[in-house]
Write a protein that binds this ligand. Structure first.
Ligand code: GDP
Length: 289
């Protein structure tokens, strides 16, 4: 993805400039991949500014694993809010938590003799976590102007929300982690990065491999398999046969199978599946040592 190195600095600068204007950062994560969808530098960039963590697309996540992520954040003193932006579930809680985490600061300003002013919010996150959808939900508008580049682009505009809050109407688009293979795969599975990163047949095979471990029953149920294959490729073949993905000469059409599996995963048809748990981070750290 070509913008990473060249625009990274510019994006950081843009974010820093906007940060001066805001009281609280709303960091959107994808509930299915709370670790992979987190920008690696966000906490350094915002330098102690109040932050609210949103676990978005909670409707697509495994509820037990969602709870694990909430607990993980709670242990760090952060309230992570599960939200289904499209369904409108949890959106009010974001606003409430923005008020909570800025209360002290706003009260201090008033004590210093400043006039009461709205709490200014900016929404940030990597591509595809639902930033625009959330802005539209909060403002009640149909479309949001987003720039074609990461960072905060176009003329700044504040939109007044209920309860004395103001929202920056352009989201802060952050770059994802891109050094770790599993992270890149998770981002591609959920379509946060485009399919071109990997050919879709390989991508689907890697997703099947993952699902065979973390959600074997979902896979069996969705594709009506009595048992899974011994290998991901064997399972992929079985799915292809069930779905009639056969080309002339009775060969399996892997492109078609790949599209089916990836699309059905992304649409939540294979089930509510979370791809990573906080324990994965601990295990990674242990392996590194
Ligand atoms: P952005 O790139 O961060 O601005 O993401 P968008 O707002 O464009 O959303 C990316 C995709 O995720 C769109 O297809 C949205 O409809 C979808 N989306 C956003 N929020 C949710 C949610 O809470 N649940 C589900 N299932 N899909 C969502």
């Amino acid at each position: 993805i070509n913008w990473y190195p060249g625009h990274m600095k510019k994006t950081k600068d843009l974010l820093k400039n906007n940060l001066k204007l805001i009281d609280v950062v709303v960091e959107l994560l994808d509930s299915r991949i709370p670790f992979s969808s987190k920008n690696p530098d966000i906490d350094k960039i915002i330098q102690g500014k109040p932050k609210v963590v949103v676990l978005n697309k909670s409707d697509m996540a495994d509820s037990e694993k969602l709870k694990m992520w909430q607990d993980y954040y709670a242990a760090q003193g952060i309230k992570a809010i599960p939200v289904n932006t499209i369904g409108g579930k949890g959106v009010d809680k974001i606003v409430e938590e923005c008020k909570n985490v800025t209360r002290e600061k706003m009260e201090a300003l008033i004590k210093k003799g400043r006039k009461e002013r709205p709490i200014r919010i900016m929404i940030v996150g990597v591509p595809n976590v639902g930033k625009s959808t959330l802005i539209n939900k909060l403002t009640g508008r149909k479309s949001t102007q987003t720039g074609d580049r990461p960072g905060v682009t176009k003329g700044k505009q504040w939109v007044r929300l209920k309860g004395n809050l103001e929202l920056l109407d352009t989201p802060g688009i952050l770059w994802p982690k891109f050094e770790d293979e599993q992270v890149a795969l998770n981002l591609a599975f959920t379509r946060a990065i485009k399919d071109e990163v990997l050919d879709i047949e390989t991508l689907a095979l890697r997703l099947i491999e993952k699902l065979m471990i973390i959600a074997p029953n979902n896979l069996k149920e969705r594709y009506r398999l009595n048992k899974l294959g011994d290998t991901p490729l064997e399972t992929m073949d079985m799915i292809g046969e069930k779905r009639g993905c056969i080309m002339a000469g009775r060969e399996l059409d892997y492109t078609r199978i790949a599209n089916i599996v990836l699309n059905e995963f992304r649409e939540g048809k294979i089930g509510k599946i979370t791809l990573e748990v906080p324990q994965d981070l601990v295990n990674d750290k242990i392996e590194e040592e």
